[in-house]
Ligand binder design. Sequence first.
Ligand code: SF4
Length: 345
Amino acid sequence: MHNVFDMRAAILRWYDDQGRTLPWRVRPEDRAAGVVPEPYAIWLSEVMSQQTTLAHATPYWTAYLSTFPTVIDLADADREVILSMWAGLGYYARARNLHKCAGVVRDEHGGVFPTDEKTLLTLPGIGPYTAATIAAICAEEATNIVDGNVERVISRIFAYDDPLPKGRKGLRELAGTLVRDDRPGDYGQALMDLGATICSPKSPTCLICPWQTWCVAHAAGESVKYPIKTKKKPTPVRYGYAYVLRCGDQILVERRPDKGLLGGMLGVPTSAWGEKPTDHSAAPMKRNWEKIGEVVHVFTHFELRLDVFGAEKDQIDDRMWMFDPSGLPTVFSKVVKSAHKKTGP
Ligand code: SF4
């Protein structure tokens, strides 16, 4: 039997005692002392930490906040600067939406970041999870925060049998049965922490879990069976060519078209990426290309296999050249790293 009152009390006690300290988080004791969470900082942290680890996202968060201390600073910034600072964080549509969203907050909300769920959902790039999180943390709105970690916890607590992703709606509804207006922000963060630290995918530490008493999957000795997922189809493979043209220490780069994968980001020239390997006779520039490497990079929906070709040029021209490849998206950093062998002219 799931006693909501007792469950919330237990997880909030655990959070007060053992919740994570994060640079953007206002801990309960600080909140009690009058510190107020900053919605702009919370928004940045949420957008940046999706699909990656906090350890990876945190330096980006720090860099963005020190370069753009307010949402108006971000809105006023050059989009290219925002995109290049995002390099390595993946899912580049998020960086483009970050800039768009900041512009809307500046132009339509007087530069004040909204904190109610309904308004947040109207902003570019803000979906149900991010809206619910900001509203709960910054406005104590009793929202239903459900990310991947929370899905795992809730599916185990209720031994929820409907396979995901189809069963996601039902799982959200179950999570909603635990929502109350008592400390919504801390409750949401507690639930996220529980999923991230204790109720891990492969080896949950149920013995120290504040919700062990109510966990149906644990009682049945089947914690890791949940969440049940529909079997994934094998990841499709795409093939293509990447061209590394060097001039001394410099590498030729180009800005990718706005639409499509890695839109608006810098990268080395490539062929189109197709479902079958082709020959590379349609190389974009007439050169003596020599194959110098291979790169495999996994995106969300496909695996990309690139043959890397290199050539050298003796003079820089008026195209875009770059010395430091660390500002490139990960797939292109890999390409440049693989191009270790000097090629003939
Ligand atoms: S008891 Fe175990 S499986 Fe259940 S919520 Fe806690 S950590 Fe997860």
